[in-house]
Design a protein around this ligand. Structure first.
Ligand SMILES: [Zn+2]
Length: 108
């Protein structure tokens, strides 16, 4: 999908529509998060450490091949206001195979 480099969008800081610069940012997984059932969290709670069988904590994790279903990824765009310089992130990404950011004037 082709996306223009600049566009006019609402800026929450300026309170009106301004020219914004569009850039692609990585989807950003949370690093070192202690989610429920996560390996790091379970270790902190004393589960799955030490000797012997610990049931589900002793089992191998499910391979990536088993989880992989979707062939496309959601876009994660960043809009930087050209007036105040504040950046806002895209709220809901679109599922596309490939993102190409083009110069202004090119169609979507
Ligand atoms: Zn602004």
């Amino acid at each position: 999908m082709k996306i223009p480099k600049t566009s006019n969008r609402f800026c929450p800081k300026c309170g009106k529509h301004t020219a914004v610069k569009i850039s692609l940012v990585s989807s950003g997984h949370v690093r070192g998060s202690l989610k429920r059932g996560g390996k790091a969290r379970m270790k902190m709670r004393g589960l799955g450490v030490g000797k012997g069988n610990h049931g589900k904590y002793s089992r191998k994790p499910v391979g990536q091949w088993k989880k992989k279903v979707k062939t496309t990824k959601k876009t994660n765009l960043m809009y930087t206001c050209k007036v105040c310089g504040k950046s806002t992130i895209q709220k809901q990404g679109m599922r596309v195979g490939k993102v190409v950011i083009e110069e202004k004037g090119a169609s979507k």
